[in-house]
Design a protein around this ligand. Structure first.
Ligand code: ZN
Length: 240
């Protein structure tokens, strides 16, 4: 059971979560420190936003260079059974070729990952990152797009051809359409441009998400960045 789910079941954590939910619903200030976990299970993850970005990109450099760490999952399980303090929240595409934990050579308890085809934010995604920021004290958020994104490519074709995709896909198209339309007259590769634009739009949406994340960003407790994963070599290019 995840900590968020567990917080609904366990009385002490339930009070903490309800306080968080109540504060958010009431538009109150970011919860105080007493509201967060007492003892983070991974002290090395208690870092500044810039420190978190260094950890993340160093992990990507190890991944690209083929010198990833050996992770001890057995001992990690016990250390993380009572809590979590991930140093970054990542919004990633669902594409099977993108694996944030691998791409940043990270262990369990390091990355708080939400995934959806096309890596765009809806209210549930924002709520998830609000939980990471307000309760888990996560100092860094990243929107991670990737080259050759099929969801964005399908959106480009749907808009260009005026076709309506089957099933629930039109919902995805409407979520990605703002990025596609914004780059319609830009020179260069339309798909590459739309992928980058979609990352930048969602970075701005996350930064502006009231009442929790925008306040944390203004107070410099949280940094929001965008990146694009290159399928060929595994390198993540920072956009912001
Ligand atoms: Zn994709």
């Amino acid at each position: 059971m995840c900590q968020l789910c567990d917080s609904v079941a366990a009385p002490a954590s339930r009070r903490r979560f309800l306080k968080f939910a109540g504060a958010a619903a009431a538009g109150l200030a970011l919860p105080s420190e007493g509201f967060a976990q007492k003892a983070p299970p991974k002290p090395s993850n208690t870092v500044s936003p810039d420190g978190a970005l260094n950890l993340l990109m160093n992990g990507n450099r190890r991944y690209v260079g083929g010198v990833t760490k050996r992770h001890d999952f057995k001992n990690e399980r016990e250390a993380l059974s009572k809590g979590q303090n991930p140093y970054v929240g990542i919004l990633s595409c669902a594409d099977s070729r993108i694996a944030p934990e691998y791409a940043f050579d990270s262990a369990r308890g390091d990355l708080f990952v939400c995934r959806v085809a096309g890596n765009f934010l809806n209210d549930d995604g924002i709520a998830s990152f609000e939980y990471a920021v307000a309760v888990l004290n996560t100092p860094l958020l990243m929107v991670l797009g990737h080259k050759a994104c099929g969801a964005i490519d399908a959106t480009i074709k749907s808009i260009k051809d005026g076709t309506t995709l089957p099933g629930h896909l039109p919902s995805l198209v409407s979520a990605l359409a703002p990025a596609v339309k914004a780059v319609a007259n830009q020179p260069g590769d339309t798909l590459d441009n739309a992928i980058r634009q979609n990352v930048l739009l969602n970075v701005e949406k996350l930064k502006a998400a009231t009442p929790i994340i925008d306040k944390a960003v203004a107070e410099k407790k949280v940094r929001v960045v965008g990146g694009v994963y290159n399928l060929d070599n595994g390198r993540v290019e920072l956009l912001s």
